[in-house]
Ligand binder design. Structure first.
Ligand SMILES: [Zn+2]
Length: 411
């Protein structure tokens, strides 16, 4: 692809970080890098490298390919550790995000004239950039902000929106508050969820769909690459990749780093390369998002690559050699609905990724189920949990992201 060769040449010229990195990997010039078919020979880019680059070469880091005066917007990453990582965009980059956002959010059928109520915070984080997607579609956007469920329900009653966009955990919270207050959610036909895993888990989706009497469609992006990248269609068979000419996507084995074929059922970590980004283009950026992919024709007729999120490698724990994704654990627990609510929280005893069994897990639901659920988890996920049943609605439901792992008991 020509845009890739142009991008590589530009990085050699303007990004000291990539010029040095590629030379150190044995690629003396853009010509030596070659075309997109050889991309797997190049080194990965890790988030920690970007942080180090920015710390050593403020303000934007030596990976940036522009002077700060050429930026049109500078977002901050929502990372939890240390200083924020700044993500600059040029005017053209902002336009690209808007176009990708338009495609991802309209995949589900959202169209001009439809009312959509959102709880995204505009603020410094890239999630705010998705707001322009609604403008691009021509939807009637009703932002109510984060953290005021009463206000949101008032907007639903008075403005009768056809769509709601928020995180899946907050959507569940809205349904619970509406049910308790006798507020009808009948106007809402589509619930567009993103920002955390959950919207792709069958049990969670079914629960939301039943509570709202509406369809759930998932969206996924990653701040360092684009605010939204994947959007689900009415067939509800996964999220379609929606940035083909802007971003190259690969699947890798997260342990070995080896490429994996993009074919039906394959699982691995997503790796992204910016083909047209101007401000801070990234090469083979490791997303830490674990997904399952499908490349065959979807029920909607599209052959655009589809994914379902399995979890974040960042959230993953390793219990005596077994990889444990919190969202996978939640899916196993959900088999016991309605005797459980579906809410869980993992409370590790030690800091860090590696844990000794039994792994403490709090589960909302019927106290008599503890042993049965523990057996099911051992059978399905091959690690030993220490199940503690807690009362329904006692675990936190956040406005923004629900935390499935809480280290406050860890020593
Ligand atoms: Zn489709």
């Amino acid at each position: 692809m020509e845009s890739y060769r142009v991008q590589i040449a530009r990085l050699y010229e303007r990004s000291p970080f990539y010029r040095n990195k590629l030379r150190a990997a044995g690629f003396a010039s853009p010509g030596a890098v070659g075309g997109l078919e050889r991309i797997a020979e190049l080194p990965f880019t890790e988030k920690d490298e970007l942080r180090a680059s920015q710390a050593a070469h403020p303000p934007l880091g030596s990976h940036a390919a522009i002077d700060i005066a050429q930026a049109a917007r500078i977002y901050s990453s929502s990372g939890t550790s240390g200083a924020p990582l700044y993500i600059p965009l040029t005017r053209n980059d902002v336009e690209q995000w808007r176009e990708i956002g338009r495609r991802t959010y309209s995949r589900n059928g959202l169209k001009a004239g439809e009312r959509v109520v959102t709880t995204y915070g505009a603020g410094p984080f890239v999630a705010g950039a998705s707001l322009t997607a609604f403008e691009a579609i021509g939807a009637v956007h009703i932002p109510v902000g984060v953290g005021n469920t009463e206000k949101l329900l008032a907007a639903v009653e008075l403005l009768q929106p056809e769509a709601l966009a928020c995180t899946p955990s907050y959507a569940l919270h809205i349904a619970e508050v509406a049910a308790a207050g006798g507020v009808s959610l009948a106007p809402i036909e589509r619930i567009i969820v993103g920002g955390e895993p959950g919207g792709g888990e069958a049990w969670f989706r079914n629960k939301l769909q039943a509570a709202f009497g509406a369809k759930v469609y998932e969206i996924m992006g990653i701040g360092d690459i684009a605010a939204s990248l994947w959007g689900e269609c009415p067939a509800q068979e996964g999220m379609h990749f929606s940035a083909e000419e802007f971003i190259h996507v690969e699947l890798i084995d997260p342990d070995s780093g080896e490429p994996k074929a993009l074919q039906d059922g394959q699982t691995g970590e997503l790796v992204y390369t910016h083909l047209r980004r101007e401000a801070a283009p990234l090469l083979r950026f490791r997303s830490r998002d674990q997904v399952q992919v499908w490349s065959s024709r979807c029920g909607c007729g599209s052959t655009a690559l589809r994914v379902r999120c399995i979890g974040r490698t960042d959230d993953m724990l390793i219990v005596r050699g077994v990889n444990v994704f919190p969202s996978a654990l939640r899916e196993v627990v959900a088999r016991f609905q309605p005797r459980v609510t579906g809410a869980i929280q993992i409370r590790p005893r030690a800091r860090g990724v590696r844990q000794q069994p039994p792994l403490p897990v709090l589960i909302e639901g019927d106290a008599s189920l503890a042993d049965t659920i523990a057996r099911e988890i051992r059978g399905s996920l091959t690690f030993t949990p220490e199940v503690r049943m807690v009362a329904p609605k006692s675990l936190p439901r956040s406005d923004y992201k629900s935390k499935l792992v809480d280290f406050s008991d860890a020593t």
